[in-house]
Design a protein around this ligand. Structure first.
Ligand SMILES: CC(C)(COP(=O)(O)OP(=O)(O)OC[C@H]1O[C@@H](n2cnc3c(N)ncnc32)[C@H](O)[C@@H]1OP(=O)(O)O)[C@@H](O)C(=O)NCCC(=O)NCCS
Length: 179
């Protein structure tokens, strides 16, 4: 297995096709599982941390990262976001999710100088993130949507200390679409 980091702007057609294939394996078309996030507008991440089967082979695990200047209790904070975390269903529980998440957190802390990490997740994935040191944020999370500023309520919110402490309460404003 090979860990790779791809900037969105540098994605080749092959990368794009492999990412789409992974997405379709994780979220099969026609799957009737309820997706409460389907009605929201989401931000695109800026880089992808991926695991490939061979050096230029199929992508089997992915985590997207981005940074954004946001507000916590009206004070500016640089948040490192993680989204689009997924492992191919046939190769789960082999440590690949942990591998992409660990590298993603290193990039956010060391390269992108984020104060803390933030992600949103369904209850079904909460235990995975908790094992990796992410904590529950129990305050309010505000996001922008085309219709205006909105309180985010559909998923759990998790935070991770990076360059600084991660707040677990108060009000965070993402000042943009969620990820
Ligand atoms: C969640 C997901 C990314 C985990 O990927 P994975 O490659 O199987 O994870 P790993 O094998 O690295 O697991 C790391 C640890 O978390 C545990 N774990 C994995 N999935 C878990 C879950 N859903 N709940 C609780 N613990 C979980 C593993 O047992 C392992 O524990 P260990 O360190 O004690 O051995 C994968 O199940 C997935 O793609 N799910 C569908 C998409 C999804 O829900 N993504 C998250 C959206 S926010």
């Amino acid at each position: 297995m090979y860990l790779d980091v791809i900037a969105n702007d540098d994605r080749s057609d092959k990368d794009r096709e492999q990412l789409q294939r992974l997405n379709a394996a994780v979220y099969p078309p026609g799957d009737s599982t309820d997706n409460p996030g389907a009605g929201l507008s989401w931000a695109r991440t800026e880089r992808s941390v991926v695991v490939r089967i061979t050096v230029d082979g199929d992508i089997v695990a992915h985590a997207g990262v981005l940074t954004r200047c946001c507000l916590h209790n009206d004070r500016p904070v640089r948040i490192g976001g993680i989204g689009g975390v997924k492992t191919h269903p046939e190769i789960r529980n082999s440590g690949l999710g942990r591998q992409v998440m660990t590298r993603a957190a290193e990039i956010l802390r060391d390269d992108l100088a984020a104060d803390f990490g933030l992600l949103v997740c369904p209850v079904s994935a909460a235990g995975f993130y908790e094992r990796l040191g992410w904590r529950a944020f129990s305050g309010e999370l505000w996001i922008d949507q085309p219709a205006g500023r909105t309180l985010f309520t559909i998923n759990q919110v998790k935070v991770l200390p990076l360059r600084g402490e991660a707040p677990v309460s108060g009000t965070i404003d993402l000042c943009g679409f969620p990820w």
